[in-house]
Unconditional design. Sequence first.
Length: 420
Amino acid sequence: MYKLIFADDERPVLSQVSRMMDWKSAGFSLAGCCTNGYELMELVEKELPDLVILDINMPFITGLEAARQIRHSYPHIKIVFLTGYTEFDYAKQAVELNALKYIVKPVSAQELRAVLDEARTALDRENRRIQKMADLEQLYWKSRKVLVHDLLGNLAQSGTIYERARAHGLQWDRNTFFQVAVLSADRTGGGSSWSAEDGKTMLYALGNVTAELAQEARLGMACLSGGKVVLIGYSRDKAGLALRMQNFAECVLRIAEEKLHFTATAGLGNVCSGCAQISASYAEAVRTLALRAGEGGNRLFTVQDLHGCAGSHPAVWDAVNYIESTYADPNLSADSVCEHLHLSPSYLRALFKRQTGSTIIGYITKARMERARTLLEEGKLKNGQIAEKVGYADPHYFSYCFRRYFGVSPSEMKEKLHAR
């Protein structure tokens, strides 16, 4: 069963579409409906749907802008545009955003069912491709077993290691940076289709997914070693390698849960320079993976977790401090916070939610609303000025968010505060 979110600024359309379809028979569950782009982005972050059907003409955040944000942060989500607009420019932008379909309102039950069938077919096709990755490929593991064993155990002779690597198609030299990730299937909390006796098969499945995706991304090489999946990432860009490895590990964990139907955990070592340091990065990755015993699985651990408390990650407090100091910036968003901290969006979102109980978007709203309430209590500024002070260029959008957060309008709140 795939998860779907539907967004349209016209409530009658929302009501009609949500009732016209037997979602279960179409292979979908309706996770929620939204009337504007702001609500949509919050719900997407919370529910992580497989498909989003959205109107182009929505308030606060347009459908096209919401689709761009979804495509950037959640590239696996399928997008369908449902709109009353027929201009070619909109259709062209929809194509550029790799939308699955572009349909014009009013839509009939038959048309909607056809779109859902097409989306389900595309999702099924992707699932089959992922499942095929899980086929055992013993020859791949054997071809690099000796080289990887020597690298991880620091047994390779520095004079010949680069020649040996090139024999395996690896263009490494002394200016190459490396980073090791170690991944392991969680033996508890997995899907019902896997049993305790399936550990070896799960390991091979996880390894095949990691190896194929790493090869496609030209990120590194993966193999099985010591009962775990080991990924040796490499690049000439030190900073870029760290971010790509985080993003990649989180992608593999998500695929394991959504497509292979079991959870996994990853440990990530530090970036190092030269083949001789790969064994040190590997040892760090193994130590970070061991944090699963105390902190639980289905997540990525980094060396930062070793030096602090895995349950209280410093990156979260860095994000909180950044939000508290920049909430007045109208361009502040979950993505901009992640970019400022040089952390992948999915990694920081998971940390932030686990540690604060709130999404990043939710915390930005909280910071803005609490400051707006203080300014209303002071009584020196008009509502439009307060909106600008807390990061809202549109006063109407500010009023909408304020009422949604507090349950009353800014003017009503001001009256309550001054009536004390």
